[in-house]
Write a protein that binds this ligand. Structure first.
Ligand SMILES: C[S@@+](CC[C@H](N)C(=O)[O-])C[C@H]1O[C@@H](n2cnc3c(N)ncnc32)[C@H](O)[C@@H]1O
Ligand code: SF4
Ligand code: SF4
Length: 297
């Protein structure tokens, strides 16, 4: 049985609507299959009895199972060309063909993302440097026109040149600045440069944040699923496998995971995503990304 706090949070999720006004008590009761009084008792009088908690849990379970039938796009690969050769990244020795995502493939990704959203923004990088796309402005405008915000991991080499483009896109653009240019100088130099960029974009549609592998003391580098093999433990959580998510490569191929540089895990195409499911691939056995599921999963 869920705790009252979990039930409250789950009910808030179930009642969420895009206009910000929660679903009415009447519709909530119909959705949960309980009398209206049970919902009123919980919402107005704080009486979170077993009946509403069970109904919420069951409704959430069905809703999540239904949503997971549609493959969710975790990120897209706008391009797999790159202007750096970082020693700790497999991009420079990638065996796949190189290319830039076309307008048509991006349109299919956007159409599909609207069927099943993961967050409010689309992550547009995989292996490669997204700011290198030759039609960057047109592709970013295409995403904004679909009502989707943009998240980018960038090595920052082209940031000075492309910043005016990012500033002109009519949506929120969040760029995580990778540490590559500062690996030799260390975190102090990186954070000083980051601060400079953040001051430049303050108050605009663009935010520039630190890379997830940077801390004040050091930079962290993982092994791209090339560590020691581990026994497969299905109780460990991986959002790609549990939540049926994928990466869309530049040519529209669906890969099971964003740490699969060579596309070994490709299982379908965005041109026909119906019924597709992400599934473990060779790299899962050596992956250190799997961890205990967050509470409530
Ligand atoms: C593969 S890159 C692609 C986007 C862009 N080229 C860049 O470097 O930001 C995506 C992210 O992976 C990070 N990355 C690359 N190799 C890494 C490693 N061995 N450990 C941790 N992060 C890594 C990059 O810093 C970047 O934030
Ligand atoms: S980490 Fe990014 S910039 Fe470095 S080689 Fe890989 S894709 Fe290119
Ligand atoms: S390699 Fe790791 S992150 Fe990727 S699908 Fe397998 S378990 Fe998940």
């Amino acid at each position: 049985m869920a705790t009252v706090a979990e039930a409250q949070a789950a009910l808030a999720r179930l009642r969420e609507r895009s206009d910000g006004v929660p679903l009415s008590v009447e519709s909530t009761a119909a959705l949960l299959g309980v009398p209206e009084a049970v919902v009123t008792n919980a919402l107005d009088h704080g009486k979170w009895g077993w009946q509403i908690q069970l109904a919420i849990l069951e409704t959430e379970r069905r809703r999540v199972a239904e949503a997971r039938k549609i493959i969710g796009i975790y990120n897209i690969e706008l391009t797999n060309y790159c202007n750096l050769k970082c020693s700790y990244c497999p991009q420079p020795t990638m065996g796949r063909a190189k290319g830039h995502m076309s307008e048509v493939i991006l349109a299919l990704c956007l159409e599909h993302s609207l069927k099943r959203r993961i967050g409010s923004a689309l992550i547009i990088n995989n292996f490669g440097e997204p700011l290198l796309h030759p039609e960057l402005e047109a592709r970013l405008r295409q995403i904004a026109a679909a009502g989707i915000d943009i998240e980018i991991n960038s090595n920052g080499v082209l940031l000075e040149k492309k910043l005016p483009v990012l500033l002109s896109i009519p949506c929120r653009v969040e760029l995580a600045l990778s540490v590559h240019q500062w690996v030799q100088q260390g975190p102090d130099a990186y954070f000083a440069a980051l601060k400079g960029w953040q001051e430049r974009v303050a108050g605009t549609n663009v935010t520039i944040r630190q890379a997830s592998n940077a801390s004040e003391k050091m930079f962290f580098f993982h092994a791209w699923s090339k560590g020691a093999p581990q026994a497969w433990d299905p109780s460990l959580y991986c959002e790609f496998l549990w939540d049926n998510r994928c990466t869309v490569l530049w040519n529209g191929d669906l890969a099971s995971c964003c740490i699969d540089c060579d596309g070994e895990s490709v299982f379908g195409s965005i041109t026909d995503p119906a019924g597709m499911r992400s599934r473990p691939w060779r790299g899962c056995e050596t992956c250190d990304y799997r961890h205990a599921p967050p509470e409530g999963r």
